[in-house]
Ligand binder design. Structure first.
Ligand SMILES: Nc1ncnc2c1ncn2[C@@H]1O[C@H](COP(=O)(O)OP(=O)(O)OP(=O)(O)O)[C@@H](O)[C@H]1O
Ligand SMILES: [Mg+2]
Length: 293
């Protein structure tokens, strides 16, 4: 499976929200990171065929998606960032409805619904009305509907928002197992969700995909730039105005601060091993990255 974006531009009135995105995606998990308003959902909605781009085109295995008609949509499982439910639908009604829209035969749909409900931990709740679900349960129902009919391309907009830690780990395992011969694109603000499962991570800002690379490549670029040091709590607010802080843990009367800086930030700072979240903060604090070795 190959998905190609060619010069995708999207304008809303006179505002250019996507500024010419060209990418080639293949099987595997792609993580999409970027600050609020970067254009992640807009790009995802174009890929999910909900929005048309102002300019540019999407190719699937070399063919323009608009020339594929309904076949393109049939290949896609899509979880929108915001979902709404009919008030009288139960979880099972909802999954049966989506299965019918996807053209899954009823008996096959029942089997898939049982298996997916088990995988996302909703087996005991399918008889309940969706509007009575918690936010995390609605998210899991959304993940299940996206996976119905085994789509070749899975596009998930903030799938883990609102999931508790246990369910997030289960989600990662589902996606890892699923992505073997599938293309998965997921956006998130939880960097650790993509760190462990994405083969490639995209960093998006101001309507452009600024960087694409493996987690290891990002981390390599900030080697020797992450430090740990201790400061008194009353210095913390002032300190964060002049440094990029990636984490703070109380330590007795002091705060243990994880800092991203090209130079040693204080005499007692000790270097620590960087992670993808450090790289994210480094990039989106407008500090130029060192060229990759
Ligand atoms: N239908 C619309 N009409 C006008 N402007 C829009 C529309 N949809 C999105 N935008 C604008 O496009 C920009 C990108 O929005 P988008 O929702 O794609 O960002 P995002 O990266 O998904 O953000 P978040 O992390 O908050 O979900 C924002 O400035 C937003 O206000
Ligand atoms: Mg969004």
């Amino acid at each position: 499976m190959q998905l190609q974006l060619e010069g995708i531009v999207k304008n809303f009135r006179d505002k250019e929200v996507l500024k010419g995105i060209s990418l080639r995606l293949e099987n595997g998990v792609y993580g999409l990171l970027g600050p609020n308003g970067a254009g992640k959902t807009t790009m995802i909605r174009i890929l999910a065929d909900i929005l048309q781009p102002t300019k540019g085109r999407i190719l699937i295995n070399g063919q323009d998606k608009n020339a594929c008609g309904d076949e393109y949509r049939a290949k896609i499982g899509y979880l929108p960032q915001d979902m709404s439910f009919y008030s009288d639908f139960t979880g099972r009604d909802y999954l049966e409805y989506v299965a019918a829209l996807k053209g899954v035969p009823a008996a096959e749909a029942r089997e898939q619904i049982e298996a997916l409900a088990r995988n996302v931990g909703l087996s005991g709740d399918l008889h309940r009305r969706c509007v009575t679900y918690s936010g995390g349960m609605q998210r899991r129902l959304g993940i299940a509907q996206a996976l119905l009919d085994n789509p070749e391309i899975l596009i998930l907009d903030e799938p883990t928002a609102g999931l508790d830690p246990h369910e997030r780990i289960k989600f990662r395992n589902i996606i890892s197992a699923y992505s073997k011969d599938r293309l998965v694109l997921l956006s998130t603000h939880i960097v650790s969700d993509v760190d462990s499962i994405a083969k490639q991570v995209m960093m998006m800002e101001y309507g452009k995909v600024e960087r694409l690379g493996s987690s290891e490549e990002y981390v390599r670029q900030i080697e020797n730039c992450v430090w740990s040091l201790r400061i008194p709590v009353e210095r913390l607010v002032e300190f964060q105005n002049s440094a990029v802080i990636s984490n703070v843990v109380p330590h007795g009367d002091m705060m243990e601060v994880r800092v991203i800086s090209e130079n040693k930030p204080s005499a007692d700072a000790v270097p620590v091993t960087p992670n993808l979240e450090d790289a994210y903060l480094y990039i989106f604090n407008y500090l130029p990255l060192k060229p990759a070795a």
